[in-house]
Design a protein around this ligand. Structure first.
Ligand code: ADP
Length: 166
């Protein structure tokens, strides 16, 4: 049984992420969405919240599991019974960072491979950070995220003064 692990921060999960997962489900037997607990990024949603939102989005979707992971990705991949890391590539600008990550993971675990999928065109410009920014400014993010994510964003961000800047 071929299992692939799709790791990320998912702060929050977007329709772009879901598109990648749907493509992976068509190729692999099992897709484990790994929500990173230990991340250098400051997140708007806690790890538990990011996991809960991803679980909502894939509720009832067969062969997709959501789990948090802390520590090294390669250890999580092994624990999931996989040797494959899936990442999404939106544009050339993603490549350099992804190539670096894949190379570093190969140094840590030569038996684990990274593979890449591209989303449908209409999702290629979606990023969690832009979605957060639009929601914080009171914009409509209906087309970019699941309704549960939209509600969570509304509650967390809308009408809150932005920090930083002048
Ligand atoms: P990370 O902090 O690990 O980059 P993200 O949640 O931002 O976590 O992204 C997880 C993965 O999904 C990354 O490989 C990223 O390039 C990819 N990704 C993010 N947004 C999209 C999108 N709209 N379409 C396809 N892939 C995406």
């Amino acid at each position: 049984m071929a299992t692939v692990v799709y790791p990320g921060t998912f702060d929050p999960i977007t329709n772009g992420h879901s598109d990648i997962v749907q493509r992976a489900v068509a190729i692999f037997d099992r897709v484990v969405v790994g929500v990173a607990g230990s991340t250098a990024k400051h997140t708007v949603f806690s790890t538990d919240e990011r996991v809960a939102l991803a679980k909502r989005v894939f509720d009832g979707v067969k062969r997709v599991e959501v789990a948090r992971f802390d520590g090294l990705l390669v250890d999580f991949v092994r624990k999931a019974g996989s040797t494959l890391v899936l990442r999404g590539l939106r544009a050339v600008s993603d490549f350099e960072h992804e190539f670096q990550l894949a190379s570093m993971n190969r140094q840590l675990a030569p038996d684990i491979d990274s593979i890449f999928l591209t989303p449908a065109e209409q999702y290629a410009y979606i990023s969690s950070s832009l979605v957060r920014e639009i929601a914080a400014l009171g914009g409509d993010v209906t087309r970019f995220v699941h309704p549960a994510v939209m509600a969570a964003l509304k509650e967390r961000l809308a009408n809150k003064p932005r920090t930083g800047g002048s």
